[in-house]
Design a protein around this ligand. Structure first.
Ligand SMILES: Cc1cc2nc3c(=O)[nH]c(=O)nc-3n(C[C@H](O)[C@H](O)[C@H](O)COP(=O)(O)OP(=O)(O)OC[C@H]3O[C@@H](n4cnc5c(N)ncnc54)[C@H](O)[C@@H]3O)c2cc1C
Length: 273
């Protein structure tokens, strides 16, 4: 964004409630839920709950989303301060077909900002910056991995797929498929950046479901990624990391506007009977 496009004053974005929803906030949701016209109840108005509610509403279902805080968005919150856009949680998301569809449904195409997919990212190890490889060729030439580590990486298609249906930590999954050096030097720094979390504690299924799916369906993450890449090359979806002119919070705010009859804020769900 160029300097003349920056907003002239700070903007603290509010979701379109609670005032719009005052009629809901005084209702008893237990009564509402037993009413035959309610088909779903979603607990939590983070992006997961909002998207689920949006999908349910699109399919003609009626229901409620209960959020314990005063506004939705969960960890995704953005605001302008001193002409700087502050992101309190995530700042970008990888664009895919499902997300593009959602953006079109919410009419947000003109607000999209896409990072150049060729922009380098760096990992700092022992006071040295290494650029993260962005392609298989880059992986072959990177100094981040030794020759032995690279061989282990490219052996991945020959590692038998796990037969277990149960989940595992992201660290276990990556070291099982690609070896521990790939985990420590490529994946962990990346995961810290995205999830602000520890790969030893994060679930592989919850953080990178696509990689687990590739292993299950193609027997290998690399094989799955190659076949996805072929489909992507033919797709109209632009590549790269996505945000919006007013930050990632644009997405939950737009969902909140389209769902305002469904959302009930300041409702801390304590149990389901
Ligand atoms: C600091 C940080 C940076 C990140 N950076 C990125 C990034 O750059 N790119 C990326 O793709 N991902 C990133 N992530 C991950 C991504 O943002 C999250 O995975 C995603 O936003 C989680 O959404 P969610 O709806 O599952 O949970 P949350 O956003 O946590 O939302 C859960 C909601 O449920 C509500 N709630 C909880 N308990 C109750 C209850 N009992 N009753 C009612 N409501 C309740 C909470 O108030 C909250 O609003 C980041 C995460 C963090 C924390």
């Amino acid at each position: 964004m160029s300097a003349d496009q920056l907003p002239k004053k700070d903007t603290h974005f509010e979701n379109p409630f609670p005032k719009d929803l005052s009629v809901f906030r005084n209702n008893d949701y237990n009564t509402a839920m037993t009413h035959s016209e309610n088909d779903f109840l979603i607990l939590g108005g983070g992006i997961a709950g909002l998207v689920a509610a949006h999908a349910a509403q699109k399919n003609g279902l009626n229901g409620l989303l209960l959020e314990k805080g005063p506004m939705v968005g969960g960890v995704i919150q953005s605001e302008w301060k001193d002409r700087c856009l502050l992101e309190y949680g995530p700042n970008t998301v990888m664009l895919n077909g499902a997300l593009m569809g959602l953006i079109e449904e919410l009419n947000l195409q003109e607000d999209m900002l896409l990072a150049d997919p060729k922009t380098p990212r760096y990992v700092q190890i022992d006071h040295t910056l290494y650029s993260l490889p962005l392609s298989p060729l880059g992986l072959l030439s990177t100094e981040l991995l030794s020759i032995g580590d690279k061989l282990r990486f490219f052996c991945e298609p020959f590692i038998p797929a796990s037969k277990k249906d149960s989940d595992e930590s992201l660290s276990d999954f990556i070291s099982r498929r690609f070896g521990s050096a790939t985990l420590e030097r490529l994946v962990k720094p990346f995961v810290n950046g995205i999830w602000a979390g520890d790969g030893d504690s994060l679930s592989a299924q919850a953080t990178f479901p696509k990689l687990k799916e590739f292993e299950k369906e193609k027997g290998s993450v690399i094989k799955g990624a190659v076949s996805q890449q072929k489909n992507r090359n033919q797709s109209r979806i632009p590549k790269g990391l996505l945000s919006f002119k007013d930050g990632l919070g644009t997405l939950p705010r737009a969902l909140a506007r389209s769902l305002k009859d469904v959302i009930k804020v300041e409702e801390d769900a304590v149990g389901i009977q």
